[in-house]
Design a protein around this ligand. Sequence first.
Ligand SMILES: NC(=O)c1ccc[n+]([C@@H]2O[C@H](COP(=O)([O-])OP(=O)(O)OC[C@H]3O[C@@H](n4cnc5c(N)ncnc54)[C@H](O)[C@@H]3O)[C@@H](O)[C@H]2O)c1
Length: 332
Amino acid sequence: MEIHLQVSFSSRLTFSASLAELKGRLGGDSLFVIDSSIVHLFPDIPAERIFLFNGEKEKDFETVGRCLTWLLSCGATRQTKLVAVGGGATTDFAAFAASVFHRGMRLVMVPTTLLSMVDSAVGGKTAVNLAAKNTVGSFYPAEEIVIVREFLSTLGPVEKASGKAEMVKLALIRGGELARKVLRGDDLTTDESIRLAIKEKLEIVSEDLTDTLGKRIVLNWGHTFGHAIEHAYGLPHGLAVAAGMVLEQRWAEKAGACDLFPSEKVEYLLALNGVGTDTRTYIEDNLWKKLVFMDKKREFEKISIVYLVDLGKTGIICRDLNDILKDLEDLR
Ligand SMILES: NC(=O)c1ccc[n+]([C@@H]2O[C@H](COP(=O)([O-])OP(=O)(O)OC[C@H]3O[C@@H](n4cnc5c(N)ncnc54)[C@H](O)[C@@H]3O)[C@@H](O)[C@H]2O)c1
């Protein structure tokens, strides 16, 4: 199945029926960055055509340097296709390397976690970690994103829930068919659900590819508190964002936002779709609260927090960091 989405940059979204079909499609002259935990699925690719990537701990400049040196040693040109196969850490890393190799080589993403299928591989943001997470990156959309649902069969429940959390977020901020699925608690790992989530994200991103017009800010719902939680407790990205969605909604309630979608309902819908949030623990614990200042979207001392007004409708509250920190002391 192949779907063309009309966006301001050109990315082709393809659903491959199986891993075998994917292998048939990948050109023999491509080069690969593959997550080491799934490289055994590709015994037919010659070892010298693979750059083995060992996950988040290698999402750094030293490894980018090694990867670029390897590309040169392979005789790669701007026309060579670099195929990134792995979760969000792999696709962020490979996309960054592709964006700077000869100022940009061809790039194909094969995301292998649910989170990377619906989020990290979609939207053109690349990143590596320098001193902190995702501090360096570029905007470089892949020419093709290939979804192979078979990869999900080896994914653990926590990683699946992490991806579902971002899908629930997209559903609630956008409304529409994906939201209907979330309200019913339908299976979010079908090709149809994945396609809907990607479509919703691309529609937001296509209006503001380089994140300069403020249109992408709605995607940040749950991320101000979520990033602090992710950093404090080492939680998978989506699960931290899920807790962040409930807590930011709760904060907006306390901050006096009127007519808003109740935080309990956000928590219920996440749970209905298999995403636990454990917000009681975070409300009581202070560790993450001190890290809210790390928000990348902070403008001097002000932070903009997104909240849900209703299904498909968001609002934004801009507050002083110190006021937010004070509110967090009493979030109950
Ligand atoms: N670029 C963006 O817009 C964007 C958005 C959100 C998150 N991210 C980034 O994405 C990363 C998180 O993504 P992630 O959750 O996919 O993390 P990940 O890439 O670290 O993968 C999570 C784990 O799953 C394993 N794995 C991958 N595919 C598998 C499979 N098919 N079966 C079993 N195990 C598999 C990996 O080895 C890893 O241990 C972070 O680095 C985050 O910064 C980027």
